[in-house]
Write a protein that binds this ligand. Structure first.
Ligand SMILES: [Zn+2]
Length: 429
């Protein structure tokens, strides 16, 4: 087996020192670019917001400046770049892909991001604007990086380590590979996507342009985590139909759709909500209510790691609908299900070599992989459903989607080291 670090007589520390400064500078540059996506607009257009083009175009330019000739951006903002392999003709291997998303989540402000770099972090409490306090007592992972460089928000916005830390890791790994042509590797695709946070970007993914036989998303959190399992996710659009009568003469006649929706939500088991579950427990997640007396619409999201359990949850939602109809004679409940994504483990299990290779890539970067399920989905789960197995690699980012977001620089460099090891050992396995 070729060890990318050994073959260059480099240990991880040397690699870290070789890429850390540039990686930090890249990350800060990307983080300051406003790329918030918009779920409401995402079904009509990709990218859902024009500002995402600023980062897409910058990345296109930067990858070309690194010397990558084959860089293509399609009309929906999907960037695919290819680094040619350098193996002898007798040792050709299948293409692998590194993937990350350019957008940030709209739940927290993402404009005017001003990251704060804490060099040689002292392990203490960090106080930011808006009473945002990062206390190691509440976020114990901070202590692991005492003495290291960490990056936080200024308290006014999110940081966008999700997923600009992933982008910085990928670009830095590509930079290292291109400036060290003696590291043997097959063809590598770099894929940057818009609108991941809306869950709809991948609807327009140009799958026919992709050559990779397998990919990794670099979109995970805690350093060391390796994810190949996610939810089965389904959305229930539930419509309550009532009958409007003036309240003065409503007795025995008015059927209030808003009250029906309230009754329905009360039937959802509270101990199976996202706020009451973790680990491998699935959940019912009432997500949005809109409407009035005559017609009220409710969205309930279903999440489960198990296909049969998902079917059981769908049946339960139908039963609750019949119960509400019985309690409101004359009122109607209609339920439509849309499957959103599938547990990628089903597909990834068919490719044991991929996970073996990733575990080795982690160990070569001096980390024991922590394998646990994602309580969510990634672009990788969508890509896996399209037939390209795509597990998820950590970025080191913490407290995604808010003002408490932070990331440690050595965690991002280690993520880049995992990608380099993956590229180097893929041909050898
Ligand atoms: Zn992400």
């Amino acid at each position: 087996m070729i060890d990318v670090l050994e073959s260059k007589s480099l240990d991880y520390k040397t690699l870290h020192n070789g890429i850390a400064d540039k990686l930090l500078e890249r990350f800060l540059r990307y983080a300051q670019i406003f790329t918030t996506s918009n779920e409401a607009a995402a079904s009509d257009k990709t990218p859902s917001t024009d500002c995402q083009w600023d980062l897409i175009r910058l990345l296109e330019k930067e990858l070309k400046a690194l010397g990558i000739k084959d860089v293509h951006v399609d009309e929906h903002g999907f960037l695919i770049a290819r680094i040619p392999g350098n193996l002898p003709a007798s040792k050709q291997v299948k293409t692998i892909g590194f993937m990350a998303h350019v957008d940030t989540n709209e739940d927290a402000p993402g404009e005017n991001v001003r990251p704060i770099v804490h060099n040689a972090y002292d392990g203490g409490i960090i106080r930011l604007a808006n009473n945002v306090v990062l206390d190691p007592a509440e976020f114990p992972l901070l202590r692991k990086y005492t003495g290291e460089t960490i990056i936080t928000t200024d308290g006014n916005t999110l940081l966008g380590a999700d997923d600009k830390a992933g982008i910085a890791a990928i670009v830095s790994a590509a930079d290292w590979l291109l400036s060290h042509p003696d590291i043997p590797h097959g063809e590598i695709e770099i894929i940057f996507t818009p609108d991941e946070e809306t869950g709809m970007g991948m609807n327009r993914f140009p799958i026919e342009s992709l050559k990779s036989s397998c990919c990794v998303t670099v979109d995970g959190g805690e350093e060391g985590v390796l994810e190949c399992e996610c939810y089965y996710a389904s959305k229930a659009d539930i419509t309550f139909a009532g009958k409007v009568i003036h309240p003065g003469t409503a007795r025995g006649k008015l059927i209030n759709a808003a009250t029906m929706a309230g009754e329905y939500i009360a039937l959802l088991p509270r101990n199976e909500s996202p706020e009451a579950t973790d680990g491998r427990y699935g959940c019912y997640w009432p997500h949005k209510v809109s409407g009035g007396l005559e017609r009220t619409e409710l969205i309930v999201l279903l999440r489960s790691f198990d296909r049969k359990d998902m079917d059981r949850r769908k049946k339960a939602l139908r039963k609750f609908g019949r119960a509400v109809e019985a309690a409101f004679p004359g009122g109607g409940v209609d339920i439509q299900f849309t499957d959103q994504y599938f547990n990628m483990k089903e597909e990834i299990d068919k490719h044991p070599r991929l996970m073996d290779c990733l575990r080795k890539a982690y160990r070569l970067a001096e980390i024991d992989p922590i394998e646990r399920p994602i309580r969510g989905g990634t672009d990788g789960s969508r890509l896996t459903a399209m037939g390209i197995p795509t597990p998820n690699v950590f970025t080191g980012g913490q407290n995604f989607h808010g003002r408490y977001e932070w990331v440690a620089l050595p965690a991002i460099t280690r993520s880049a080291a995992v990608l380099l090891n993956f590229a180097a050992i893929w041909p050898e396995l």
